[in-house]
Design a protein around this ligand. Structure first.
Ligand SMILES: Cc1cc2nc3c(=O)[nH]c(=O)nc-3n(C[C@H](O)[C@H](O)[C@H](O)COP(=O)(O)OP(=O)(O)OC[C@H]3O[C@@H](n4cnc5c(N)ncnc54)[C@H](O)[C@@H]3O)c2cc1C
Length: 397
């Protein structure tokens, strides 16, 4: 197998355009949106005009039809400058269920407005008592003639108060043979009676991103809003997470790269003991280790994305490795970067302080660190279909 680690000219152009946009636009919003916990609608619209929203949505539905790797390059560049603002890309989050399992009518209706930056989507899986344990959800969707009636509470939903479309996992069989059976996925449109969203404030990081509790009280949806097959919801959702974890790995690489660059420049300019901070061997060692970790995480993430683009589906273990490792080194890198800033980093006025807070989410959402490790472990003992086994060296071999 030949692996070419050099980006094509087209990929470099995508990366450079994303970098230019983020470096020019993000500083105008970053501090204010973080402080006021405000979603940057204006920035999101600008990004949509340039094709940075709905990147992975197929062209026939108004998107850019990009592969995971190409879209990941944009996400990395956005998170390199600011994580909270980088979440504008997640305004199509949840639409992957429609792309993968929806019917033609649903795709034509829901995907184009998302791709154009006219509508916002959210994905509702987590509940107050069921996060990592998706099979523990209690939200119900009971069939009533040609409709389903949804009742339940979803927690920590990204875009919850600003969304137009809610992709919702609910129980359609209250007594399934196994606890992960009998679930289904629905699209609920904003303004459907009984749907209420409450913004959750005072988050540690990614504060420009909207997070909400979403309550469904006798919310009626037509049976046409079922995505995929009734009863298949858990399995669809597991595939969904395998697909959406790779972008999170790119987020992690991006924030680590951004923190590294800030610390590197700070060390070059900061005078200590009548020398530049970077002239001390201890500082160089810190920066060298940070840079090495980022490169390793980037390669693993690119490999997971490359695999998905090549095979048309993600490898669950490889994806989990990319997210687990990149999220882990992102913590280590922002930690050391803040250390290089000393007291100025701790006092909270610098972008590095925001990055320190923002990075923490990477080990929590879309599968906690522990859940990623569990997935990798299960693949090793053959309990999860994956090309990665204890003996194979590379999933594409
Ligand atoms: C900012 C933010 C945005 C989010 N966006 C969304 C969204 O858009 N849609 C959505 O549905 N959800 C969203 N989530 C929810 C997120 O996916 C969950 O928080 C996450 O899955 C963990 O669930 P939990 O918080 O209930 O923690 P728990 O599942 O209760 O976990 C608590 C701790 O126990 C550990 N643990 C759990 N099970 C095991 C196990 N079997 N073995 C070992 N350790 C275990 C976990 O790793 C963790 O450390 C978001 C969360 C946040 C904070």
């Amino acid at each position: 197998m030949l692996v070419d680690f050099i980006l094509t000219d087209e990929q470099k152009a995508i990366r450079d355009a994303a970098r230019e946009f983020a470096e020019k636009e993000f500083p105008n919003y970053a501090e204010e949106c973080d402080r006021e916990e405000k979603f940057p609608f204006e920035l999101w619209k600008k990004a949509a005009k340039l094709g940075f929203i709905g990147m992975a949505i197929p062209e026939e539905y108004g998107g850019q039809g990009m592969g995971v790797l190409d879209a990941g390059l944009v996400i990395e560049e956005f998170w390199r400058v600011d994580a909270g603002l980088g979440m504008i890309v997640a305004t199509t989050f949840g639409s992957e269920q429609i792309q993968m399992f929806g019917n033609e009518e649903q795709k034509k209706k829901y995907l184009p407005p998302l791709a154009k930056g006219e509508k916002i989507c959210c994905a509702c899986y987590t509940e107050p008592q069921a996060g990592s344990d998706v099979a523990g959800i209690k939200t119900r969707a009971d069939k009533d003639g040609d409709e389903y009636v949804i009742n339940g509470t979803k927690m920590f939903i990204t875009n919850g108060t600003i969304a137009d479309y809610y992709v919702v996992l609910a129980r359609t069989d209250p007594n399934p043979p196994k606890r992960h059976h009998g679930m289904s996925v629905f699209i609920v449109e904003k303004d459907t009676p009984g749907l209420e969203a409450r913004k959750l404030t005072n988050k540690l990081g990614i504060r420009a991103s909207d997070t909400a509790e979403v309550v469904f009280k006798n919310v009626r949806v037509p049976k046409e809003n079922l995505i995929g097959q009734e009863g298949n919801g858990f399995f669809q959702t597991m595939i969904f997470f395998n697909v959406t974890r790779i972008p999170v790995a790119f987020q992690a690489v991006g924030i680590a790269q951004g923190a590294f660059e800030l610390a590197f420049n700070y060390a070059k300019n900061r005078d200590v003991f009548e020398r530049k901070l970077i002239d001390f061997q201890v500082t160089q060692e810190k920066l060298a280790k940070m840079r090495t970790k980022i490169e390793a995480a980037r390669l693993l993430t690119l490999q997971a994305a490359y695999f998905q683009d090549k095979m048309g589906m993600p490898d669950p273990a490889l994806t989990a490795m990319a997210k687990y490792y990149s999220a882990k080194i992102a913590q280590e890198v922002v930690h050391e970067a803040l250390q290089i800033y000393g007291g100025y980093g701790f006092m909270g006025e610098q972008a590095i302080s925001r990055m320190y807070r923002d990075a923490r989410i990477l080990e929590i959402y879309e599968g906690t660190r522990e859940i990623e490790i569990e997935i990798i472990g299960r693949s090793l003992i053959g309990k999860l279909p994956s090309r990665i086994s204890a003996v194979r060296k590379h999933p594409l071999m």
